[in-house]
Design a protein around this ligand. Structure first.
Ligand code: SF4
Ligand code: SF4
Ligand code: SF4
Length: 312
């Protein structure tokens, strides 16, 4: 069974306990306005052009046998990619002298992914670590993710998934026997705001959260702190009440905004307007929000971590 992945990172420290390896899968059902890994939301593997690295040598167009590249001296971007014609053969990438063309992922079998994840198994055992499947969202390529988790569990390795919980419960339920820790994102308590900023309702997410909590799985709830959107007293207080009612013994962690993500939007020729003037919260602002969670009796992870935004 094959899956489309962004990458496999070794020696990760923030995706569950101990030293871990993390598999980042492509595909996400949400479209968060602040997405810190915009290359991960589309499940398909795409070719990207990074204009700031291009020296206009025209090599790529001449090697493309499918007519998928058009060079345009008059307009931006100089290299235009026709996704419907691109077969992802990689010839243009190989010919580019400056790495101005790049795929945002690759295809790999579940067995090969598990083998790569299990490479550092001795470190996991010594540190109480394991492997994590993240994304994108692992629920999108669920058959592939479950197979990788099954292969890792067979080797008695601790497994975690990081998910936004947007899928039918029947899909989520299949993860339970092969997952030791669910790291789940809750973003906005208000459904209208959730729709506005993620393009989806939060109803399914909340109902999956409640059902997972009933199952008494190990559940770490993470809330991304996006200035003036999720990182408001009213939103954190409303999420705290929801978590206290449905999962009072669970841990909660606030994840600070990471301005590095903006660089990716620039590289991908995407608008950065949303991020204008946005700064990470200060330590004291985070501590105030942590106090709100604690006032509902929740156990708060007291780290000040930022949202992950891997560099290209
Ligand atoms: S849930 Fe995560 S990966 Fe998916 S769009 Fe939102 S921020 Fe991006
Ligand atoms: S990956 Fe292959 S088909 Fe796609 S643009 Fe490059 S050379 Fe053409
Ligand atoms: S081969 Fe690379 S540097 Fe040359 S035109 Fe194409 S993208 Fe630009």
């Amino acid at each position: 069974m094959d899956g489309a992945i962004i990458d496999i990172k070794r020696f990760t420290l923030h995706d569950g306990p101990g030293i871990r390896s993390t598999l980042f899968l492509k595909g996400c059902s949400l479209r968060c306005a602040w997405c810190q890994n915009p290359e991960g939301v589309d499940a398909a593997i795409n070719l990207w052009y990074f204009g700031n690295q291009c020296i206009h040598c025209c090599q790529c167009e001449s090697v493309c046998a499918y007519g998928a590249l058009l060079l345009d001296e008059e307009h931006e971007p100089f290299v235009q990619i026709n996704k419907s014609k691109c077969t992802r053969c990689g010839a243009c990438m190989a010919s580019c002298p400056t790495r101005a063309l790049s795929f945002d992922g690759k295809t790999i079998s579940a067995a090969a992914a598990a083998e790569a994840l299990l490479r550092d198994v001795e470190f996991y055992r010594q540190s109480g670590g394991g492997i994590t499947i993240s994304g994108g969202d692992p629920l999108v390529q669920h058959d592939f993710a479950i197979e990788v988790l099954r292969l890792c569990k067979k080797e008695k390795v601790h497994t975690a998934v990081e998910t936004c919980l947007y899928a039918d419960y029947e899909v989520l339920e299949r993860f339970i026997p092969v997952t030791d820790l669910f790291i789940v994102d809750l973003k906005l308590a208000d459904d209208a705001m959730h729709r506005e900023y993620t393009h989806r309702s939060n109803e399914l997410i909340k109902s999956n959260y409640v059902r997972l909590a009933w199952k008494k799985v190990d559940l770490l709830t993470r809330i991304p702190l996006i200035p003036n959107i999720t990182a408001t007293e009213s939103n954190i207080a409303a999420l705290a009440r929801f978590i206290r009612e449905e999962n009072p013994d669970g841990r909660v962690e606030l994840m600070n905004f990471n301005p590095l993500a903006v660089n990716k939007y620039v590289l991908m020729n995407k608008s950065t307007e949303f991020f204008e003037g946005m700064k990470p919260l200060s330590a004291s602002e985070i501590e105030e929000l942590q106090k709100l969670l604690e006032s509902e009796g929740l156990s708060v992870v007291k780290e000040h971590r930022r949202l992950r935004s891997e560099g290209r």
